[in-house]
Structure formats: structure tokens, C-alpha cells
Design a protein around this ligand. Structure first.
Ligand code: ADP
Ligand code: MG
Length: 697
């Protein structure tokens, strides 16, 4: 596809709106905005997700299942067939073999057109079907006396949205490329928004690769043009986080010096001494909080390392200066548990708490909001409802975010913006149990300082993990019964692949019923995302108090839940879960002094990666080791999800595949921001400029 040259125009600027292009009216403008495409530059950086090779004809005999190809041949036979579904089947032959075209929707005109003897050219994906290799609904064209020329470039396939076709995007992108071509005649340096020549060359190549470009390299993301742009894109993300951090450092925050003995009294009242790691981290926080610059600190600590105590200590430091702290948790279950844990720690010291969640009854919510507004509550615990309308803080000086990996980077930045008042912002502490390898952490959290809790409280016995096939379920049930008979408690976790809360809840209900029939002498509780929040809270409180022996649950208990007497966990369909999630779940046991066990139940046969994941779980309890393995097993091409890193929506770069670029990205970002901030802004703008979620960054 050759970019068509536009009629003579005034030199286009990268930031010119898309309406500058032919055929773009208000309706299309709106639709393009859904793809975050607002200006010419956005189109240039809207890169193909993949490519189709329509530059050559593949002999039918060398078609492979799963591959898309252009074929050309003669129709041998064409019939309507009546299988499970009526379809029109058309056998096509060239010198090398035959293949079937299958159409489930077809018109009489099509039947007439594809009569035996007709020569056709088709493009489609070959799949194994009832008659051997078949092309379902291929694009096809009857060949007349002269065949149309083949494409001279690989055909880009763009991410699209409803109402904007592939064809449309291809034509818009080539118009946009034509505009930057037209600019090349201008004298250089005329435009402050010029793109570097190497970037322009890479963009051109990726929007329409010539046939010599290796499709395999493009698919692997290893083509030099992709690597160049990946570098630029990662740089843009890094720069935007560093910029956010610098902006914060230009703001002021309340200085919260360690003045009175609150912290000391808290320490005395705790039923255990702090670990050295906890002490060290509290020291780091105290030093940050004493400054009139907003603290931005990430606390990483494996599951069970005791982050909650550290959060309480930070809240106490804020209370010492008469200010409020807020603690935000990703689930209601966890927010409620924090309220139950922290209340009894803080109230004896004369400090009130409040709880704000989305599903509270109106009256209850009002009452809690009162306590927040009047300052009666020093520590306000809640879900993200904390930062939605209605909650008015009296004097908020510190925001603590628990299990940060559950929130995206944008939520974190937005939250920061929300707490801002007259140039003053609250200090921020974010806590996560998901250990990320260091280079990645430096990218995903470039705007934060790092503290690590690298020590577990003493007296923990490591969890012993066993992997058991589903056939031996009865033995596992027997094991649960034995543990509960001697006063231990257990979890039974039901999981599904579908991300459907309703189905998962149903599975948990069914399992609870079946287990109830087997284990008649046990008190069985059930908790899942579909329960009302007070019901959930009641079940959890009963489990904590030991009134429930076996808790059947969905993955809602994945994060944060802390019941030290629970020493056995059974996870169903464990082979379907990722390592990070399995590690989080397993972290619910091994919290007391008794030896704990985790049973990973799986449905045979295991895939290779499934077997490997279960093996890693059996062999290691160390979150950092598991995280490294996780990264390795996911391999190239599979992005770390939002939940892992907070970095989303990379267009060309892939955090795992391209992590060798990260050290250079980090170094270049630092230099650019100090030495050429105009260029830094341009880089951020071309990758993130029109993306709404970055508006507050
Ligand atoms: P996480 O880091 O996973 O959030 P928690 O804060 O829930 O961990 O702590 C896990 C358990 O360890 C809790 O029961 C907590 O009371 C206990 N704990 C925390 N610190 C210590 C300590 N220094 N010594 C003994 N137990 C501790
Ligand atoms: Mg926790």
C-alpha cells in the first residue's frame, strides 16, 4: 500500500486535529477518540497489532493450519452441505493441492459466482475442518482475464473500535504518513514539533513493511524498528512517572515530626516485638514524614511479613501531629478486616477509627462520614469509596494504599491529585506483597522510593505444599476433617477460569454443600463476592473467632486475609492459576506457629507450564523467587498485567520481552529530564499525550 499524497497543503503539524484529514467528520472524530486518537501524531503512533502477508501467493499444498495466506486456484466443486449447520462448501485446487472454502452465510449470487471452473484468489486463515484444511469465510475475488496486482507491503492490522474499520484506519494512517512526507520538503528546524528522523523511518516501516521485512521478526517484536520505538515508548512511561515525582517534590506537605510517645506506647502494647525489618522501615517512614515534602514510598513485603503494623505506626506518627491518615484497601473484606485489627490497637491509645465502604447502609455510612469530618476518627479505613464524593476529611496528612498491585498506576496518580489542597498534598505510602524484580520495579514505580520488609516474623514454620490430582479428593477431605478435629481451621478455595463472579460464587456454593454432606461434624462457612457486605463481614468475623472450622471461599480471600489459626488450605483447579495468585492465596496460611499445609488440587492432564508452575509452588515459599520464575514462565509476548505492575497498554514495548532495555531507559530518562525537558515533553506527548487516563499524571 503506497501512502497517497495529499493535495498541496500548508505544512501539517503533528498536533493538528484529525479533522485535518480527508473524510474525517465529527462522527468519526468521536469514534477515533475512543482509541485515544485525536491528532495526526496519535494516528502515527497508533501502531499495527499484527500483519497479514498478502504480498505473495501460497501454494495450496503448503498451507499450514493457523496461518493466514493468499491462495489462487480453480473451483472444482461447489455444493450446499447439510451438517450440524448448513454451509456452502467450495473445493479449490491449484497444482499443489486442494482446500475448501466454507461459507455459513451466503447468497445465491455467491453460489452462482463460485461455479466450478471459476478461478479465484482468496485470503484467509487455514483451519482443520471436516474436509481437511478449510478457509472459513475467506475474502475472495473472482479472477478475470488479468489478475489484480498483489499487495506490495505487508498489510497492517490495527486495533480498531466499533464504527472504525480496518480499511478506514489503514487509509487514515497512510494519509497521516503522507502529511509527514510532505513536511520533509520544508526547511528543517521550522517546526518545534519535528519528530526525529529515525523515529519517522521506524513509523513508516511499521505502518507498511515492504515484503523483505521479516514477518517473523515483526511477530517476535525483535525488528530494529520495533526495538527503537519500544525504547522510545518505555522512555515515555518512565519520563511521565519521573515528572510526576518531580512535580510532587515541588509541592509541600505537612511536616509530621515524631514528637510524643504514642509510637512507643503502641510498641509496648503490641503482643509481639517488632522485627528488625519493621523497625528499620518505620524509621525510614518517620524520617520521610518529618519533612515538609510529600513522602512517596513503596513498601514491598512478602505475604505475612507484617505490613499492617507498619501502616499502623505511620498512622500513629500522623496522629502525633493531630492529623488524620487514610488506609485504602482493594476489597471490602480486607478493609473490614483492617478495621477489626487496627481498632483494638489504636483505641486504647485514645485514637478513633472509621470505616467507609461502598456497600454500607446509608445511615451507617453517614455516621462514619461524620466521624471523619469532625476529626473523631484519626485513622479512616476503607475501599476506594474513601476517595469518592461525600467523604470530607478533617485534616488528611497521610494516605496509605494497601495491596497496591490491585490498583493501576493511574489510580495511584489520580488519588494523589485528589488529595491536593492549596499546593499541599498528603504523604503517600503504598504497600504491596507482589515482589517485582528490581529492574521492573524501577520502571513501574519510578515515582516512588522503595522500602523492603525482607524478614518474616519469627516462629513461622514454612508452609508445606503438596500437589494432588483431583481423583484423590476424598483423601484431601479426610485431611481437612483430621485438621479441624484437633482444633485447626482450614480454607477450601474454589476457582474458575472465567472471570465471572456469579459462576465462581455458584461453584463455591455447590462445593460448600458437597463438603457439608461429607463433613457432617464440621462447622462450614461460605464467603464469596456475591454476598452482601455485612454477611461477608459476619462470616469472616466468625472464622476469625473460631466459630467456623472450614471456610469455603472464592478468590475474594486472595489478599490480606489474616487468620493465624488457619493452617490448611486446599486450592481447587490450582493448575489454572498464575504463580503470583497462588502465592498470594497460600499466604493466608502459615501465619501462626503451627506447621501449615497447602494442597494444590489439579485436574489431569497437566500442561507443561501447569506442571512447571505447580512444581515451583511446591519447591519455594519465597515471593521473590516465585516472581522471577513467573516472569520466566510467562515468556516473551505475554505482558505482565496491570495488576502486576501498574503499567498498562504498551503499544510496541513488552515489559518482559524488552526488559533488557530498561537500564538504558532509566538512565536516559534521568538525563533527559534534567538536560532537555522540552524533548522529554515531546516524548511523553507522542506516546501518552491524548490518553485520557494520564491526564492527571
Ligand atoms: P502482610 O504483610 O501480609 O499484610 P500482616 O500485617 O497481615 O502481613 O501480618 C501477618 C501476621 O503477622 C499478623 O497476624 C500479624 O499480627 C503478625 N505479625 C506482624 N508483625 C509481627 C511480629 N513482629 N512478630 C510476630 N507476629 C507479627
Ligand atoms: Mg496485608
Amino acid at each position: 500500500m503506497t501512502p497517497s499524497r495529499p493535495a498541496p497543503v500548508a505544512p501539517a503539524r503533528l498536533k493538528d486535529p484529525v479533522t485535518r484529514l480527508r473524510g474525517v467528520g465529527s462522527q468519526l472524530t468521536e469514534r477515533l477518540a475512543r482509541l485515544d486518537i485525536c491528532c495526526i501524531q496519535d494516528l502515527l503512533f497508533h501502531l499495527p497489532a499484527r500483519y497479514e502477508d498478502r504480498t505473495r501467493i501460497t501454494p495450496i499444498g503448503s498451507l499450514r493450519p493457523g496461518a493466514s495466506a493468499v491462495i489462487e486456484g480453480t473451483v472444482l466443486a461447489a455444493d450446499v452441505v447439510f451438517g450440524r449447520r448448513r454451509s456452502f462448501l467450495c473445493r479449490v485446487q491449484d497444482g499443489s493441492g486442494t482446500v475448501s472454502l466454507r461459507l455459513f452465510h451466503f447468497s445465491n449470487a455467491q453460489r452462482n459466482q463460485l461455479a466450478p471452473g471459476t478461478r479465484v484468489r482468496c485470503f484467509g486463515e487455514a483451519r482443520s475442518g471436516a474436509t481437511g484444511l478449510e478457509l472459513y469465510h475467506p475474502e475472495y475475488r473472482v479472477i478475470g482475464s488479468v489478475a489484480a496486482p498483489l499487495a506490495d507491503r505487508l498489510t497492517p492490522v490495527y486495533p480498531v473500535t466499533e464504527g472504525v474499520s480496518q480499511q478506514r484506519l489503514r487509509s487514515l494512517c497512510s494519509q497521516a504518513l503522507g502529511l509527514i512526507d510532505a513536511r520533509e520538503g520544508d526547511s528543517p528546524g521550522q517546526h518545534s514539533d519535528d519528530l526525529d528522523a529515525d523515529i519517522v523511518a521506524a513509523l513508516k516501516l511499521l505502518h507498511g513493511p515492504t515484503p523483505e521485512v521479516s514477518l517473523a521478526a515483526l511477530e517476535a517484536g525483535s525488528h530494529p524498528a520495533q526495538q527503537l520505538l519500544a525504547m522510545d515508548e518505555l522512555l515515555a512511561h518512565q519520563l511521565s512517572l519521573l515528572r510526576a515525582r518531580r512535580r510532587m517534590q515541588d509541592m509541600t506537605a505537612r511536616s509530621l515530626p515524631l514528637t510524643d510517645d504514642l509510637l512507643e506506647r503502641f510498641r509496648q502494647a503490641l503482643p509481639f516485638p517488632l522485627t528488625r525489618a519493621q523497625d528499620r522501615v518505620i524509621g525510614e517512614l518517620a524520617a520521610d514524614l518529618a519533612r515538609a515534602v510529600p513522602m512517596l514510598r513503596l513498601l514491598q513485603g512478602d505475604v505475612g511479613s507484617g505490613k499492617t503494623v507498619v501502616a499502623a505506626a505511620a498512622a500513629l506518627i500522623a496522629a502525633g501531629s493531630g492529623t488524620q491518615a487514610a488506609l485504602m484497601a482493594p476489597t471490602e473484606l480486607l478493609a473490614e478486616q483492617h478495621a477489626r485489627t487496627l481498632g483494638p490497637w489504636l483505641e486504647p491509645l485514645g485514637l478513633g477509627t472509621a470505616l467507609i465502604t461502598g456497600r454500607q447502609r446509608v445511615a451507617q455510612r453517614r455516621e462514619q462520614e461524620e466521624r471523619v469530618a469532625s476529626g473523631a476518627a484519626t485513622l479512616v479505613i476503607g475501599t476506594h469509596a474513601l476517595f469518592q464524593g461525600g467523604v470530607d476529611f478533617n485534616d488528611l496528612a497521610l494516605v496509605i494504599i494497601d495491596e497496591q498491585h490491585r490498583f493501576g498506576v493511574h489510580q495511584r496518580l489520580a488519588l494523589r491529585a485528589k488529595g491536593e489542597q492549596a499546593g499541599q498534598v498528603p504523604h503517600q505510602l503504598v504497600m504491596t506483597a507482589t515482589p517485582i524484580p528490581r529492574t521492573l520495579a524501577m520502571s513501574a514505580y519510578a515515582d516512588l522510593e522503595l522500602s523492603v520488609l525482607d524478614e518474616l516474623p519469627p516462629g513461622r514454620t514454612p508452609v508445606t505444599t503438596v500437589v494432588v490430582a483431583e481423583e484423590r479428593r476424598l483423601e484431601v477431605i479426610e485431611r481437612v476433617s483430621a485438621a479441624c478435629r484437633v482444633g485447626r481451621q482450614a480454607y477450601w478455595v474454589c476457582t474458575l477460569i472465567e472471570e465471572s463472579e456469579a459462576l465462581e460464587a455458584q461453584a463455591a456454593e455447590d462445593t460448600a454443600k458437597l463438603l457439608g454432606e461429607e463433613l457432617t461434624d464440621l462447622r462450614i462457612g461460605l464467603v464469596h463476592g456475591r454476598l452482601k457486605s455485612d454477611e461477608k463481614a459476619r462470616v469472616m468475623a466468625d472464622f476469625e473467632a473460631g466459630h467456623i472450622d472450614l471456610l469455603v471461599a472464592t478468590t475474594v480471600i486472595e489478599v490480606g486475609v489474616n487468620v493465624p489459626n488457619a493452617s490448611l488450605m486446599v486450592i481447587e483447579n490450582a493448575e489454572r492459576l498464575g504463580l503470583a495468585q497462588l502465592h498470594q492465596l497460600r499466604g493466608r496460611v502459615g501465619r501462626g506457629a503451627t506447621a501449615s499445609h497447602c494442597v494444590l488440587l489439579y485436574q489431569p492432564p497437566l500442561s507443561r507450564s501447569g506442571r512447571e508452575r505447580l512444581r515451583v509452588m511446591r519447591e519455594s515459599n519465597d515471593g521473590f523467587v516465585i516472581a522471577e520464575k513467573d516472569l520466566e514462565l510467562r515468556g516473551p509476548g505475554e505482558l505482565l498485567g496491570t495488576r502486576q505492575t501498574g503499567l498498562v497498554d504498551l503499544r510496541v514495548a513488552d515489559l518482559v520481552r524488552d526488559r533488557h532495555l530498561l537500564p538504558e531507559v532509566q538512565a536516559r530518562a534521568q538525563t533527559l529530564l534534567s538536560e532537555d525537558s522540552a524533548q522529554a515533553e515531546r516524548i511523553i506527548d507522542r506516546w501518552l499525550g491524548s490518553r485520557t487516563q494520564y491526564a492527571h499524571a
